[in-house]
Design a protein around this ligand. Structure first.
Ligand code: ADP
Length: 455
């Protein structure tokens, strides 16, 4: 069911419930007041007749005539007067005698002074009356035709007004909900037009800062992020193609040149060496890209376990020294510790080792002495690793870009690379809920600090 229909029905239902309570209250109070008023009328009629009969000595014949004449026009009250010994002194309509008085009823009236009850739809009142040292009992009965007809009119009107109101409320609700939801329909229409090719489209927002405007702003912010991410992806792909194309073109050119004419053995060796070096570059790049992709996985796809970071650093050192025997890598503990947990983290061994290899390799390759020192320490919550070198340092203007994929600093001439190492390292550390900081002085060296929560 559409929200619009649902809201309209809910709105109508709630209003109908309130109206119903209201109508029931009006009807019931009208009903009560009719009953009360008619008992009062019976009381007055009874007293008037007994006064006429006992006090004004109007004879029974005259009273009968008044009664019969009145009955032709309206539902006259039927009055009977008894003495306390159940002797009938006067009766308006002995022929009708609607209320059959009994001895017991008379005694009850004497005892209670007044009784009220219904006989069929007729209301009956019995009262005791004291006149000149004698007690009398009067009964008066009547059918409140006027009151009942007023009540039934009221009920009909209430029903008509109720049904009409519900109809009007439903239509009004439908109209207002439509108006209220018009911006949502507009948003839906616009969002349908947004696709990967026109991510620059934005939803309108107004100054009122209402919920829908906030929704549009939030959606626009999401589009901004998506557009940025799409742009970043495009650049990433463009960068990869560029990085792949350069060594590939070099290999092709070298091989083509060597093919044009017969070369000496020495020349062939140089070409093969050059092609091999370019091919290695390509292999390095594809490995880095693979690692970068792994570091971008969802957390749930990566296997985590408890790891000692000093062991991972030793593995990284071994890995690097195998391919670069000239690298001088020192690993030292800054603090003594009894508990292994202080230098252990819950992590992925492959990814962390890849990050450490990259930082150590950077330290060595950007330092004339090819030296990198890794210091292990810890705080209350984190293991802290410092990768220091005494190399050429990073220019301040490069510092804010070195974590951007494919960015290589102005010092890049010193060493080969592809600009993926640091962004990948940052991703890996973030996956381990850690942080990475850099501090560098030109000509003095660089320190990368990593903090990762320990066990
Ligand atoms: P790559 O090392 O392949 O160029 P990275 O992402 O690892 O790519 O590093 C990005 C850039 O940051 C490097 O090109 C270099 O300019 C700078 N850099 C990183 N580490 C160091 C370091 N220890 N000393 C000097 N410059 C560094």
């Amino acid at each position: 069911m559409k929200i619009r229909l649902w809201l309209t029905i809910l709105f109508t239902f709630i209003t109908a419930a309130i109206l119903l309570v209201f109508a029931a209250y009006i009807y019931l109070s009208a009903k009560q007041s009719r009953e009360k008023e008619f008992y009062n009328l019976l009381n007055k009629e009874a007293l008037t007749k007994v006064n006429l009969f006992l006090n004004a000595h109007v004879d029974a014949g005259t009273l009968h005539t008044i009664y019969r004449n009145n009955r032709k026009i309206l539902n006259e009250v039927e009055v009977a007067i008894y003495d306390t010994s159940f002797n009938l002194l006067y009766h308006d309509a002995v022929d009708l005698d609607f209320v059959k008085e009994t001895r017991g009823m008379i005694d009850e009236i004497v005892k209670k002074k007044e009784i009220r009850f219904y006989q069929e739809n007729w209301q009956v009142i019995g009262i005791s009356y004291h006149f000149k040292d004698k007690d009398y009992v009067i009964t008066a009965a009547g059918y409140d035709e006027y009151g009942y007809s007023k009540l039934s009119n009221l009920l009909t009107n209430i029903c008509i007004v109720f049904v009409l109101s519900i109809l009007i409320i439903y239509l009004a609700g439908w109209f207002f909900v439509k108006r209220a939801f018009a911006p949502v329909s507009e948003i839906t229409r616009k969002v349908k037009n947004i696709s990967a090719t026109n991510l620059d489209l934005r939803l309108d927002t107004n100054k009122s800062k209402d919920e829908l405007s906030q929704l549009s702003s939030t959606f626009n912010e999401m589009l901004n992020r998506l557009e940025d991410s799409f742009d970043a992806q495009k650049h990433f792909v463009a960068n990869i193609s560029h990085e792949l194309r350069t060594p590939l073109s070099a290999i092709i050119t070298e091989l083509e040149l060597s093919q044009i004419k017969e070369r000496s053995l020495e020349e062939y060796k140089t070409v093969v060496q050059q092609a091999l070096s370019d091919a290695k570059k390509l292999a390095r790049l594809s490995n880095s890209l693979l690692d970068f992709a792994k570091a971008s996985y969802d957390l749930s796809e990566i296997h985590f376990k408890a790891l000692r970071l000093d062991e991972l650093l030793l593995d990284a050192q071994l890995q690097l020294q195998k391919t670069n025997p000239d690298y001088d890598i020192d690993i030292l503990f800054e603090k003594e510790f009894d508990d292994d947990d202080l230098i252990s983290v819950k992590g992925n061994a492959y990814l962390l080792q890849t990050a450490f290899v990259n930082l150590i390799e950077n330290g060595c390759k950007f330092s004339p002495d090819k030296q990198c020192v890794v210091a292990i320490s810890f705080q209350e919550a984190n293991v802290i690793l410092k990768f220091s070198d005494k190399g050429i340092g990073i220019p301040p203007e490069d510092l804010s870009h070195i974590f951007v994929p494919f960015y290589r600093g102005s010092n890049q001439k010193m060493a080969e690379g592809n600009g993926i190492g640091l962004p990948m390292t940052q991703k890996i550390i973030a996956l381990h809920k850690g942080n990475i900081f850099v501090q560098s002085d030109i000509g003095k060296g660089t320190v990368f600090t990593i903090e990762i929560p320990h066990l």
